[in-house]
Design a binder for this molecule. Structure first.
Ligand code: AHR
Length: 331
């Protein structure tokens, strides 16, 4: 955890702010400030969000913004619109503003060392939210809160192995290339299917975690001769699965029967698709991490020790549970 006294980091931040203003090379960040009845002395937190690519992400943003408001924390929230360069700009801007703590959800795993070093030099603690980064110096961030993406991939594969009697020819819709969930969900899934001779992935393409791109990629695949071989689709998130389900229906096939569909997130729309018999299984990835995130942030701001890793609990849900649970889904 950074040990720079507040006065030192404030001076460093002021210097950086001056450099930043004078250089004039920074575009105005897409940043909004939220927080109920914040005043002098309120904790100021900069949060760089990836974007709004999925229902999961929108729920995650709501959870973070509403929790900040509830606690009277001034949240400077920046939407990176899926671009790492925008996240780096936002983090630099938070450093220049001298916020108390920076949190962000990294769109991809690599390329963060320089900006994280700048935050450390300014004495501003950083919390990783939802996704991890790949850095050689682990002291560049104070804590990481998020799900176990590898386990989610294993859970999806275990369900499919059971449902198909270990006989599955699988198409895979991959998340954003280079992102932690795309890498780990792919790895975890393969760890399990590699133990079964009758299970293999025959097609794998990115749908970038969005419904539109998931649909487009799967639509194109369904036109190929290889599509006739598959009996299962594994999508790295529900939004891509929902897009693919549309494509399957438009191709005259029955999702959930001709092609079994398993995905990750557990959003309400996925439960609706399970009630309709079109999605077979969703592995939960809980986005409602605002309360735990701000517990960490408040501790860091107070100079208290925090755990390096906070893991989010998750379950696996199938069609037979969907009708009973759909109304209780919070996202
Ligand atoms: O990082 C979490 C993933 O990002 C979610 O599974 C996906 O829906 C989101 O966009």
């Amino acid at each position: 955890m950074p040990t720079t006294p507040k006065a030192t980091w404030a001076a460093a931040a002021l210097l950086l702010a001056t450099v930043w203003t004078v250089s004039g090379c920074e575009k105005k960040a897409d940043t909004a400030t939220t927080g109920a009845s914040t005043g002098p002395g309120a904790l100021v937190v900069g949060f760089s969000q990836i974007g709004a690519e999925s229902d999961w992400r929108k729920a995650n943003t709501d959870s973070i913004q509403s929790e900040a408001a509830k606690r009277g924390i001034e949240l400077r929230f920046s939407d990176a619109q899926q671009k790492q360069e925008n996240q780096i700009k936002a983090i630099r801007s938070f450093i220049a503003q001298g916020v108390d703590v920076i949190a962000f959800s990294p769109v991809v795993e690599t390329g963060w060392e320089p900006v994280l070093r700048e935050a450390k030099a300014a004495g501003i603690p950083v919390v990783l939210s939802d996704r991890r980064v790949d850095v050689t110096d682990e002291s560049l961030y104070a804590s990481f809160i998020g799900s176990d993406f590898k386990q989610e991939g294993r859970d999806a594969a275990a369900w499919l192995a059971e449902a198909t009697g270990h006989q599955a020819t699988i198409a895979e819709l991959v998340g954003t290339p280079g992102s932690a969930p795309a890498i780990d969900r792919g790895t975890g899934f393969r760890e399990v299917i590699d133990q079964h001779e009758g299970m293999a992935i025959v097609w794998s393409q990115s749908g970038n975690f969005t419904r539109t791109e998931g649909k487009k990629a799967f639509q194109a695949f369904l036109k190929s001769p290889e599509a006739k071989e598959i009996n299962a689709l594994y999508a790295h998130n529900d939004d891509m699965a929902l897009g693919a389900i549309q494509a399957i229906k438009e191709a005259g096939l029955t999702p959930g029967k001709d092609i079994l569909v398993v995905s990750i997130d557990g959003v309400k729309q996925a439960f609706k698709a399970m009630v309709d018999g079109e999605l077979n299984c969703t592995v939960e990835c809980n986005p409602m991490i605002g309360p735990q995130l701000f517990d960490l942030i408040e501790k860091l701001a107070a100079g208290d020790e925090v755990p390096r890793r906070v893991q989010v609990e998750e379950g696996v849900f199938t069609q037979d549970q969907a009708a009973e649970l759909i109304d209780s889904r919070a996202y």
